[in-house]
Design a protein around this ligand. Sequence first.
Ligand code: NAI
Length: 308
Amino acid sequence: MKVTVVGAGAVGASCAEYIAMKNFASEVVVVDIKEGFAEGKAMDLMQTASLNGFDTKITGTTGDYSKTAGSKVAVITSGIPRKPGMTREELIGINAGIVKEVTANLVKHSPDVIIIVVSNPMDTMAYLVHKTSGLPKNKIIGMGGALDSARFKYRLAEALECPISDVDGMVIAAHSDTGMLPLLSKATRNGVPVSEFLNEEQQAYVAEETKVGGATLTKLLGTSAWYAPGAAVSVLVQSILCDQKKMIPCSLMLDGEYGESDICLGVPAIIGANGVEKIVDITLTDAEKAKFAEAAKAVREVNGDLKF
Ligand code: NAI
């Protein structure tokens, strides 16, 4: 099955690399607007095939969307990333135009495509794709929660001084520094609630470091991260292509779930061959419910800046 990745920059190339290396897709088509860039990245990645042992074919194109025809999944990473000190929301002006145009091109050549939105501000970009693509809502998935949950697990394992495979945890709500909601009440170490091991101050530290996880990396790197975002996308794509039905928090269009409607926000969902198979209803504490509603309010304000 064919996967398209739009944007051959840091995140797009990382997505293409992880998808190819896991060997579950027949072809990855990388598209970029910069002349020759996607072709170059695709050729470089293809030259790792014999070294890394994968058979996925990777091709690149400068804006020729006919090459993406028949894609089962398309990942939108095109757009500008944030620089140190910037919020994701500040990217909206440029990225909304890019995401809208890219979506139209993708749907024209792959009318049954499932779109994974990565470009920031991601919750608002996912909402834009819902409003402009004409695709059913199960076919539009914003990627944020998979990455933020991986960062949460990293911070939990660090605080607990244990292997990452021992911990489990999930981040829902908005993909923003203030709107992320790491669910400490549900986080576990080998099935035991983390509150058994971490005091309130330690839990608050984990939550705070998770929320600013992207900003911390942007400060260190001078631009936003790419390895973990690419890996998170590859997990989503694999769950769709291999119909794994994994539960992954994603930014999805809500219609009453978690008390919100007409907004894309991070909620746990079963991801399989049909894209979003089901939104999973988990019980939140009253404090978590209040934080979810607060995140929704902030995302709605950003959505208000969109022009369709
Ligand atoms: P980058 O600047 O390295 O790459 C972006 C690429 O998009 C460039 O190669 C550029 O030429 C291309 N592009 C721009 N306009 C295009 C168009 N109309 N058609 C095709 N290609 C086009 O940026 P990077 O670091 O890869 O980040 C990409 C986006 O992903 C940013 O908006 C960033 O904020 C976001 N991001 C989202 C994450 C998430 O969890 N949702 C995580 C990390 C980044």
